[in-house]
Write a protein that binds this ligand. Structure first.
Ligand SMILES: [Fe+2]
Length: 164
């Protein structure tokens, strides 16, 4: 069979020197999934919060879901720049994320505690992907996720301070 008739892998042929694109992309997909899931949860709490903490939580969650929306786009576009497809099914996002929904609408106090715990879990999970990116000689992904970790740690602090 001539080379012209060989099957072409369904991904772009990109060689920027990044090692183990598959492992790094898997980590980026998980980071995107966590970001998208928390984007929805932050928005849902923004809509439904009630009580004396209403204004603080309503305003804080708006700033946070706005940041998460931009970040989801940045993460997906990094996956594409590495020659991989970004997730295109919501079920795949839900499955890849560590963020879980509560089985009932939480109180305002519980909302901030729940969001703070999610931000912490996401920062922890991203830290492992940064290590994978460093090993794979991918400082661009490591830099992107370092910025995301800083956001999640700061968000967790603000939420915890609100909950006191
Ligand atoms: Fe709003």
């Amino acid at each position: 069979m001539s080379d012209a008739l060989k099957a072409v892998p369904h991904k772009d042929r990109i060689d920027t020197g990044v090692i183990d694109v598959t492992a790094i992309s898997k980590g980026l997909v998980e980071s995107l999934a966590d970001t998208y899931r928390l984007l929805f949860k932050s928005h849902a709490y923004h809509w439904n919060v009630e009580g004396p903490l209403f204004h603080s939580i309503h305003v804080l969650t708006e700033a946070q879901y706005t940041d998460l929306f931009t970040a989801a786009d940045d993460l997906a576009e990094r996956i594409r720049a590495l020659g991989q497809l970004a997730p295109f099914q919501l079920a795949a996002i839900t499955k890849a994320s560590v963020v879980r929904d509560l089985d009932r609408l939480p109180s305002a106090q519980e909302m901030v505690e729940d969001l703070a715990a999610d931000h912490e879990a996401i920062a922890k999970r991203m830290r492992a992907v940064i290590a994978t990116a460093d090993e794979g000689e991918d400082p661009v992904t490591a830099d992107l996720l370092t910025g995301r970790c800083a956001f999640h740690e700061k968000a967790a602090w603000m939420l915890r301070a609100t909950a006191k």
